[in-house]
Design a protein around this ligand. Structure first.
Ligand code: NAD
Length: 489
């Protein structure tokens, strides 16, 4: 139900970025063997989810482009990349990092247009963190023998990489940077609704004069992803996306000899104790679930709040939500952008409706939605029980499910009562309680008195149905290196 409290008294003049900054081209294609050309598959329009206007035509890949890309990656691996000294690979990675920084504003506007996320986030988080990943892994390229994977770690070969639409350029950087640093070549498939920044990254890579075939980019849908995953010329699959598709991929590569890492969904608990600094925690809760419209695998989508402060926290949260600004993602004042696609909006709506049907109480601030595009207001459900779908299933939208607890053990039990295990947050002033909780939470990343903090030096990945393998940090190299032992007498 919509509240009738008036919106924030603070008004800002609109401050939109110009669409021209994105340097949109009328058409895009594939990037194979160093060449940007039309794909042989379907030609599709990629649209701006904030207004449903077409942005560009994308000539997607066909199966024959997959063959060509894998062949190009194999040749580049065998003839050039695996033979280059690490210091030379580092030189290229540093170049890419600097070029991303130089074209940062263009990439940020392009990302916001294709994805719907607020420009503040693409400008301040996605693009700088993508550049930071290339800088970070450039630093490892000539130091692999000190990374803890044996005295002479070897690359695996050709990596097939499939990524989702929620952080299109950042996910490409997470995948490409460690793979290249370790000496592999790659074929990357971006998500079908957000191919534009990955294809601009391809252009950057060509301008940085990487040897042809070291990186190949194939826009396309699930069928192209599947063709890449099943291609016999690929040695390693790195997948980020939904748990259902991750399971299908695991089945399809089983016993094929391909190495596999999976970064899948989540249903993180953000746990707030009564002694937490409430104002600071409210910012963390808002960032945890409304950052990127909740299209975040590690989103704090379940708030577990200690019963004694439940009412105080919900009132403070509702006050804060009144001040969030939803609208034009290109406007620098915007906090909440568009949902990425009509299909995703339908999923968010259906799950939110299930919350109503199962007896939880829905609340949203006064929040007029634009007439065109895909929009969903920031939403809180209270009175949620653990068996409700909104407490169990990943909504991947701006919807927070609130549950309560009385003791730390109850908080741990409820937080771990999920098939996922990607992340968790703890809010308390007691350091001992943070450590006690962190040791018991089955989550790959545990944040304390903060949330959604990403750093290229820090490993990221899940337990249980959130996948396996780690990206980021020294650990992120493991998925791209063969570990060998030499025993001599
Ligand atoms: P999705 O699984 O539908 O699609 C992800 C990618 O896989 C897309 O590029 C898609 O084209 C491709 N794909 C679909 N079917 C395929 C198949 N059978 N074989 C090969 N490729 C296939 O997921 P999505 O809706 O794009 O992304 C949202 C999901 O991603 C959420 O569940 C989210 O939690 C997860 N995610 C996880 C992480 C992480 O690091 N753990 C990060 C971001 C997103």
């Amino acid at each position: 139900m919509m509240d009738s409290t008036p919106a924030s008294p603070f008004e800002y003049a609109p401050a939109p970025e110009s669409v021209a900054t994105a340097r949109l081209k009328p058409s895009y294609g594939v990037f194979v063997n160093g060449e940007l050309r039309a794909g042989r598959g379907e030609s599709v329009k990629t649209i701006n989810p904030a207004n449903e206007e077409p942005l560009a035509e994308v000539a997607e890949a066909a199966d024959s482009d997959v063959d060509d890309a894998v062949q190009a990656a194999r040749t580049a691996y065998t003839d050039v990349w695996s033979k280059l000294p690490g210091s030379q690979r580092a030189k290229y990675l540093f170049r890419i990092a600097r070029a991303i920084q130089e074209r940062g504003r263009e990439l940020a506007v392009l990302e916001t247009l294709d994805n719907g996320k607020p420009i503040r986030e693409s400008r301040d988080v996605d693009i700088p963190t993508a550049a930071a990943h290339f800088f970070y892994y450039a630093g490892w390229a000539d130091k692999l023998e000190y990374a803890g994977y044996g005295a002479s770690p070897k690359p695996i070969g050709v990596a097939g990489q499939v990524i989702p639409w929620n952080f299109p350029l950042l996910m490409a950087a997470w995948k490409i940077a460690p793979a290249l640093a370790a000496g592999n070549t790659v074929v990357l498939k971006p998500a079908e609704t957000t191919p534009l920044t990955a294809l601009t990254l391809a252009e950057i890579i060509a301008e940085c004069e990487l040897p042809p075939g070291v990186v190949n980019v194939l826009p396309g849908g699930p069928a192209i992803g599947q063709a890449l995953v099943e291609h016999p010329g690929v040695d390693k699959i790195a997948f980020t996306g939904s748990t259902a598709v991750g399971k299908a991929i695991a089945r399809s590569v089983a016993a094929s000899g391909k190495r596999l890492t999976l970064e899948l969904g989540g249903k993180a608990a953000n746990i707030l104790f009564e002694d937490a600094p409430i104002d600071q925690a409210i910012e963390g809760i808002v960032n945890g679930i409304f950052f990127n419209q909740g299209h975040v695998c590690c989103a704090g989508s379940r708030l577990l709040v200690q019963e004694s402060v439940h009412d105080e926290v919900i009132a403070a949260l509702q006050d804060r939500l009144q001040t969030l600004r939803l609208g034009d993602p290109l406007d620098k004042n915007t906090d909440i952008g568009a949902i990425n696609s009509a299909a995703q909006l339908a999923r968010v709506r259906a799950l939110a409706d299930s919350g109503d049907d199962e007896g939880a109480t829905r609340w949203s601030p006064v929040c007029p939605l634009p007439d065109k595009g895909f929009w969903f207001p920031p939403t809180i459900f209270t009175g949620v029980s653990q068996s409700n779908r909104i407490a169990r299933e990943e909504i991947f939208g701006p919807v927070l499910s609130v549950l309560t607890f009385r003791t730390p053990q109850e908080a741990v039990d409820k937080a771990n009562n999920t098939p996922y295990g990607l992340s968790a947050g703890i809010w308390t002033e007691k350091g001992s309680l943070i450590l006690w909780m962190a040791n018991r939470l089955r989550a790959g990343v545990v944040w304390a008195n903060t949330f959604n903090r990403f750093d290229p030096t820090s490993p990221f990945g899940g337990y249980k149905e959130s996948g396996f393998g780690r990206e980021g940090g020294r650990h992120g190299l493991a998925g791209y290196l063969e570990s060998e032992s030499y025993l001599a007498q």
